[in-house]
Design a protein around this ligand. Sequence first.
Ligand code: GLY
Length: 346
Amino acid sequence: MRELEINVKGGSYKIIIQNDSLKEINRYVKEVYNNKNIYILTDDVVAPIYLDTIIKSLECDFAVDYVIIPHGEKSKSITTYIDVCNKLIDKNIKRNNLLIALGGGVIGDLCGFVAATLYRGIPYLSIPTSLLSQMDSSIGGKTGIDFYNRKNIIGAFKQPIRVIIDPLTLKTLDEREFNNGMGELIKHGAIGNKKLLDLLKTKPEIDENIIFESLSVKKRVVELDEFDLNERMTLNFGHTFGHAIELKYNYKHGEAVAIGMLMAIDMGIDLNITNKECYDTIKNILKIYNLPTKEYNYKDYLKDVLFDKKNIAGTINFIFLTELGSSKIVKLSEKELKEKYYECFN
Ligand code: GLY
C-alpha cells in the first residue's frame, strides 16, 4: 500500500493506493466518516462491475443507497445534474451524509459538483476506476459540468475527504482506455519526476508504486497552487496543442495530450527553452505505451491556440519542459506570438 496526503485550504485528505481496496472499502470509509447514510453516484458501465462489491463491504457499517446515470461525457450536463439532485433529495439525503463518486472522470466531476452545491456542500469521497481519473480529475478538487458547448465551464473547487485507488481496477479497462490514462501519467513524469520517466522506460506494470510516483507530482503542484493560478498550470503541459487536435482528429484525451506534449517540446526547442534530448525520450516512452506520436507541426495550430480557453486577456500560458522532469510556464501575449510567428498569422 502507498499513501499520499494532500494539504490545501479546502481540506487535508489522504489518497490511498492499495490493491483490492474496493473489497474492504468500509475500512477506509470508516476512518473518515462516522454518520450512517452513504449515497453512491455511478454509471451504467461501472455499476455492473463494482457496485455490488462496494455495497457489500459498506453495508457492514452503513446504510447505502445509489444513483446510476448513463455513462459518457453527455452526462456531465446541467440536465443530469438536476436529475441527480432530484433523485438524491427524493432518497432523503441530508447535508451531513456522504456522497461517493464511483467511476471515471465524468462521475467524479459531476459528483464533486453536486457535493459542492447541494445544501451548499456535502462531504464526498472519490473512488476513481479509470486510469485517467486516477491520474488526474479525482485529485485536486476541480469539479464541474459542461455548458454552452464548452467543457467544465460551470464548476467549483471542492476537495474530497478521501480518494481510494485500487490499481486492480485497471485490469478491466480496454487497451485504448488504459492508454488514455497513460498520456497523463507520462505527462506527470515529464513535468516533474525524472525518476518516474526512467522507471517507465522499462515498461513496468502500472502498480501502486508507479501510481504513487505519478500522483506525487500532482500533489506538489496542487499544494503550491490550489486554485490554478500559477504552478498548477504546469499540469496543462501537452493540453494547449492537444486541445487543438483532439476533436479535429477524434483522439481520446490522453492520446491528444501525448501528441500535444511533442508539439510543445518542439516549440520549446525552437525557443531555446527545452533541452533537445526531451523530444526523443518522451517520444520513445509514448511509443512503449502505444500512444500516438504522429508529428503535427505546432506552427499550424498556433491560430487555434489563440482561441483556446487559456487565452486569458490576450496572454497564453505555454507550458514548456526545460529538461526531463522539469517544466516552466511562459506567458506569451498575442502580440509577441504574432511577432515571433509572423508567417503563421498572415
Ligand atoms: N486537470 C488539471 C488540474 O487538476 O489542474
